[in-house]
Write a protein that binds this ligand. Structure first.
Ligand SMILES: [Zn+2]
Length: 245
């Protein structure tokens, strides 16, 4: 009886320890995307969700061209290597106006190769500008990068790219976020999710059509500190409509 009780207690302890361990999701090995939902009950939507991201963008419905209403004026603060991506932290105040609502830029980060694809085409790099409104609703502006000409703002950011997971560095040189956006902000729009656990849905995705460029060296500077691809596999559209604005 005692042994049985001990076994139960041990099992409970172990599953708790495993749940904590499980928070360490990854892009490879046991904690890879196909196992995210098994790592933690909070990650259930990663498997069960019906509005998951990323997706292949195809068959979009054409509407009036409605360029994004973006106002980025502040220089970002710092850069962090969080092991999943390279993330740039910003000062609060840059705004995306969408559906008559103010979405404030929280941070932006990068994926290589791209997570979303356009008509089956993958891009070497995709930036995600993550915004939140006063109710905690999320809107992500995605910008694709092809290899080609140097991007001077990426160059400034990458100068401080931390090589070790968990490291943060200050961005001393003033970075102009508008240099990370193309002039033409026509875009695809659809409803999706965070592409990382807990895969929360209800995210407004705005994928800008015109890609920007980085040099092969700038791309390599990112992939060499990540050590692995950091794109979640594509998810089913499941009847969602993509609009081309
Ligand atoms: Zn992302």
């Amino acid at each position: 009886m005692k042994a049985k009780l001990l076994a139960v207690v041990l099992a409970a302890f172990c599953s708790q320890a495993m749940a904590q361990e499980a928070a360490h999701w990854s892009y490879e090995g046991d904690a890879a995307p196909q196992n995210w939902s098994k790592l933690n009950p909070d990650f259930m939507l990663c498997e069960k969700g019906k509005n998951q991201s990323p997706i292949d963008i195809h068959g979009a419905l054409k509407t009036h061209s409605q360029p994004l209403n973006i106002s980025y004026k502040l220089a970002p603060d710092s850069i962090i290597n969080n092991g999943h991506s390279i993330q740039v932290n910003v000062k609060e105040g840059d705004v995306l106006t969408l559906d008559g609502d103010k979405f404030v830029l929280q941070q932006f980060h990068f994926h290589a190769p791209s997570e979303n694809t356009i008509d089956g085409k993958s891009f070497p790099l995709e930036a995600h500008f993550v915004h939140m409104d006063a109710n905690g609703e999320i809107a992500v502006v995605a910008v694709m990068f092809e290899t080609g000409k140097s991007n001077p703002e990426i160059e400034k950011i990458w100068q401080h790219i931390p090589s070790q997971t968990g490291q943060t560095a200050a961005l001393r040189e003033k970075v102009d976020l508008n240099g990370l956006l193309p002039k033409n902000l026509t875009h695809y729009r659809f409803s999706g999710s965070l592409t990382t656990p807990p895969c929360t849905e209800g995210v407004r995705w705005l994928v800008v059509k015109q890609p920007m460029t980085v040099t092969v060296q700038q791309l390599n500077a990112f992939t060499s500190v990540m050590h692995h691809a950091n794109n979640r596999p594509q998810q089913k559209l499941d009847g969602r409509v993509i609009v081309s604005e």
